[in-house]
Design a protein around this ligand. Structure first.
Ligand code: B12
Ligand code: SF4
Length: 473
């Protein structure tokens, strides 16, 4: 039995422009690596092709796979990468129909069994957490899928149906560490978002699953509500292994809510400090879940940057979509993070339902008023699994083109606005935020705070300048 996992590249860029995103950011496909590790632990041979690290056209990739075909191929797809994953699956089925094709990830979980009706080259979808489902499928020789919970397969009439609900993994510490050994280019080829780390080699990690909040734009169809997590002991062991075996010196925790369980984080900080582990880190938090004491602990244990989703500076828009605890308190909290000695990044969105030009301008002014080192501004995208999706067409015009749904294209235009207007406001946001002396000074400091980022930036300067010239920032 041999299983191959493919992480399709997807359209992660702006239509019609050269994709230079991997200069800025290339993270290992933890999803596939987590499933691969459990399979390998159970004696199944696995391989991973990360199309981000080794970009190949679907045709070339398929030729390569067909020359030495595995028994099954698992694809991990978001909404924007689904069609590329499917293109590979279809070409493979044409050449080697005996290979079993399985798709998991956010898009499969969101759309569910009906996806099988429209995409015949997929044999199964894995709905929900994939580790045990994939292991059981492999053990069953990828047959009798209808008896394995968490699989969508075709019934006698050829219609997509779900076998049964897969129970969530009760203790995440039971899972082995991701299969880093299956990524031939790890850690050399991988790098966190430029300027978001002090040292290299670096990587990302996920130490919890689930989120109890219900922000309107957020697709949580994989892990649903609730919050499960790795113990501090497990995380510290994981970090130790990364540092010892791969020389990793900085990690970005991509957990949705790293600090949600305060006692876990406090214990993690203590333990990490006690062990004298020389690995710094970043995390993502909600402002409700940080306080002065915790921030001091984070800093002491090596935290370098904290990212916060702020999304909008308009109280009405925020009330509808994120239910924040008060815009007036945000600045004070962010200042606390800065004063504790960490960098702060704010995440914003433009083009939410109910927004107009005035609301977006309020957001821009608000972002500029905050003590932020950096921002990430995305273009609101209504994913099928997000609460807002059901009624989205009541609030404006929606072009449901999956390949464009990567948060870098305005596929939704709020009622009363135009795409040109949205693009103009987006560019204005970036321009006004970054073209300020305080931000320039922040980047100058990167010369000694993150020399690796500066070197990478300089090495790719011609491509970056060519891209910049095409933007209206
Ligand atoms: C880290 C992350 C990223 C990283 C990815 C790095 C990498 N190389 O993997 C970066 C920053 C690059 C990124 C980019 C994007 N992301 Co993102 N990302 C995440 C995040 C926070 C964690 C993903 C992760 O690793 N989870 C841990 C693993 C274990 O969970 P999982 O991916 O769901 O996989 C489980 C199951 O789905 C299943 N499974 C998954 N794949 C497969 C495959 C097989 C064969 C099987 C059997 C099972 C299976 O088993 C897994 C383990 O149980 C999630 C939110 C979240 N909390 O999950 C968003 C999330 C996946 N991202 C999202 C989005 C929208 C994007 C972007 C479009 C946005 C953007 N411009 O940044 C791009 C799209 C990239 C692309 N082309 O696909 C959405 C996807 C929504 C959707 N329906 O498409 C999510 C769900 C966030 C959200 N709540 O809205 N992202
Ligand atoms: S945006 Fe963050 S806080 Fe809101 S539901 Fe999603 S993961 Fe939870």
């Amino acid at each position: 039995m041999r299983v191959l996992f493919i992480h399709p590249h997807g359209s992660n860029w702006l239509g019609g422009q050269k994709d230079i995103s991997s200069i800025f950011n290339l993270m290992p496909p933890l999803v596939m690596m987590s499933i691969a590790a459990l399979l390998e632990q159970n004696g199944i041979r696995v391989e991973i092709i990360d199309c981000y690290a080794t970009p190949l056209t679907p045709e070339v990739l398929v030729e390569k796979i067909a020359a030495n075909p595995p028994d099954a191929i698992g694809f991990s797809c978001t909404t924007s990468s689904f069609l590329e994953g499917y293109r590979i699956a279809r070409l493979l089925k044409e050449k080697r129909p005996q290979i079993v094709t399985i798709v998991g990830g956010a898009h499969a979980c969101t759309v569910g069994p009906p996806l099988l009706d429209a995409y015949p080259a997929i044999d199964y979808l894995v709905i929900g957490e994939g580790e045990h489902t994939m292991l059981e499928l492999a053990r069953a020789g990828f047959r009798r899928a209808e008896q394995i919970p968490g699989v969508a397969c075709r019934d006698a009439a050829g219609k997509g149906v779900l076998s049964a609900q897969r129970q969530l993994i009760a203790d995440l510490d039971d899972l082995p560490f991701p299969a880093y050994q299956r990524l031939p280019l790890f850690p050399r080829r991988y790098n966190l978002p430029l300027f978001s780390y002090p040292t290299a080699p670096n990587t990302s990690m996920i130490s919890s699953r689930g989120c109890p909040y219900s922000c309107s734009y957020c697709d949580r169809s994989v892990f649903s509500l609730g919050f499960r997590f790795n113990s501090p002991e497990y995380i510290v062991e994981h970090l130790k292994m990364l540092n010892r075996d791969y020389g990793i010196r900085h990690v970005f925790f991509y957990d949705d809510l790293f600090t949600f369980d305060r006692s876990r984080v406090a214990r993690f900080c203590e333990l990490k400090e006690q062990k004298g582990l020389r690995v710094t880190y970043n995390c993502i938090a909600r402002l409700e879940h940080v306080d002065g004491e915790l921030l001091a602990l984070l800093k002491r244990s090596g935290c370098w940057q904290v990212n916060f989703g702020i999304e909008s500076g308009d109280p009405e828009v925020l009330g509808k979509h994120r239910k924040f605890y008060g815009l007036d308190k945000v600045g004070k909290k962010l200042l606390m993070v800065r004063k504790a000695g960490m960098r702060v990044k704010g995440l914003f969105m433009v083009g939410l339902p109910g927004e107009d030009e005035a609301a977006i301008r309020r957001t821009i002014d608000y972002a500029l008023s905050l003590p932020l080192d950096e921002v990430n501004v995305t273009k609101f995208t209504p994913f099928p699994g997000a609460p807002v999706y059901g009624t989205i067409r009541e609030h404006g015009e929606f072009d449901e083109n999956w390949e464009l749904m990567n948060c870098m294209n305005f596929v939704f235009i709020p009622r009363g606005m135009t795409k040109v207007q949205l693009e103009g406001l987006y560019d204005e946001f970036i321009r006004r935020f970054y073209h300020r002396p305080t931000i320039h000074w922040g980047y100058t400091k990167m010369l000694w705070k993150s020399p690796h980022s500066i070197l990478t930036f300089m090495r790719h300067l011609p491509e970056i300048l060519a891209f910049e010239r095409k933007q209206k920032w």
